[in-house]
Design a protein. Structure first.
Lengths: 307, 113
């Protein structure tokens, strides 16, 4: 699969290196505001491709070349923009990253036939922005959303369950928005592996641990990277395969009059989003939690004069 | 099994029980550990978890101590964490557990509280 990564911050750099060692990546096309930051790293990766299972090519591009290179990609991953830092929350980044996307990304991807994965924060709003302004289909665009929170939740719950479970064996996930309001879903009928038997206070502690994880970036920029990078790779792998992997990516709610995007469990394949699961909304607590996420999104959009 | 192979040692039972944790608590946590410590909470009003000699307690064990604390609280009992060092405190803080664990500087303080 030919993958494009746009951005060379902590996440973009880590993601490019990681993609070069995956079995499904054949080409990496790395776009950045300027070539300066990425040219040496591209050479570095080129010099290691002898050990890569599939990647045969990595090329750097400046932003003004983006329109030309996007058309040859199967998947474009967007990590560019201002990252969360200091006292800023993700939603605070919307005005500035919106301008970045409008100025560079939207013109480059209009008419693009491939899949777009948004990682830039605030991811739900950035996904919505592209959906509305780049005129791509619901199937083509998704945000990384609560893929990261789901991974963190599984790691935490795995510790609380007896017998102890590996994170990958825990059957729980988080839906809603990629912020403090995301909602825990413990599927029924999954037995011990869901953690549904745990004391509600323990489950809430696991949720709080997940939400607090984003703050770690203030101590050490790289200490929150791994689930973001691996989550992005999991989405990319799902696009490359035909298995219909289910991941909690951020997609448009068709019942939302405002084209709100937030995370629900979605089957992902080569054509992008194959289906959006809503079974979890049968739980009134989950439904109420998701409604709160929608309120928060609308509040930010109103403050930005977009509603 | 040597002392270094055991994550903790339970001191002779009394009205309160003391669980003294190893210097490095990074052992694989087994259902046997979970059941043994769960049982202590069920049988005693106060379980003192002494980590004053622990330079490191993995996140897995810290989360389990939180689970024990919640269980004790629901039963009207107490789990007291004694002697948390700086390294363990930082890990607990990152995990968001610091405010939730009942921390004491000494066993006497835990008993007197």
């Amino acid at each position: 699969m030919r993958v494009g990564v746009w951005g060379a911050g902590e996440v973009g750099i880590a993601l490019v290196y990681r993609l070069a060692s995956t079995r499904f990546t054949t080409e990496i096309h790395w776009i950045n505001r300027s070539l300066d930051k990425i040219e040496c790293r591209v050479i570095d990766i080129q010099q290691g491709l002898a050990f890569s299972p599939s990647c045969r090519l990595i090329k750097p591009y400046a932003m003004d070349q983006a329109r030309r290179v996007v058309d040859r990609l199967d998947l474009l991953i967007l990590t560019l923009g201002v990252p969360v830092s200091g006292e800023l929350k993700r939603a605070d980044l919307y005005p500035v990253n919106r301008d970045v996307f409008r100025g560079a990304v939207v013109p480059a991807i209009k008419g693009y036939a491939g899949i777009v994965l948004v990682v830039t924060n605030p991811v739900d709003l950035m996904t919505r922005l592209l959906l509305r302004e780049a005129t791509l289909s619901d199937q083509q665009i998704m945000g990384l959303g609560t893929v990261v929170e789901t991974a963190r939740l599984r790691a935490s719950l795995g510790s609380y369950i007896t017998p102890r479970h590996l994170a990958r064996d825990v059957e729980a996930y988080m839906v809603g928005t990629h912020d403090d309001h995301c909602v825990v879903v413990l599927p029924e009928g999954g037995g011990v592996a869901t953690g549904a038997h745990l004391d509600p206070e323990v489950i809430d502690h696991a949720r709080q641990e997940v939400i607090r994880a984003a703050e770690r970036v203030k101590r050490d920029e790289r200490s929150t990277l791994f689930p973001i990078v691996e989550g992005s790779v999991a989405v990319a792998r799902a696009v490359a395969a035909t298995a219909g992997d289910v991941l909690t990516v951020s997609v448009r709610d068709p019942d939302s009059g405002a084209d709100l995007c937030y995370s629900m469990p979605c089957a992902i394949g080569q054509s992008g989003i194959q289906s959006r699961g809503t079974d979890c909304l049968a739980d009134p607590d989950v439904k109420a939690g998701v409604a709160k996420c929608q309120d928060v999104l609308e509040r930010v959009l109103r403050a930005s004069d977009e509603l | 099994m040597t002392a270094s192979e055991m994550p903790y040692e339970i001191q002779p039972p009394d009205d309160d029980v003391i669980v003294v944790f190893a210097q490095y608590v990074d052992h694989e946590r087994t259902p046997e550990h979970d059941n043994e410590l769960d049982d202590l909470v069920e049988r005693h009003e106060l379980v003192i978890c002494d980590i004053s000699g622990s330079r490191k307690v993995t996140s897995d064990w810290l989360r389990f101590l939180l689970r024990l604390s919640v269980k004790a609280k629901k039963m009207g009992k107490r789990v007291a964490i004694v002697g948390m060092g700086d390294n363990v405190r930082e890990t607990s803080d990152v995990l968001g557990l610091l405010d939730e664990l009942a921390l004491y500087r000494s066993q006497e303080e835990a008993r007197g509280s």
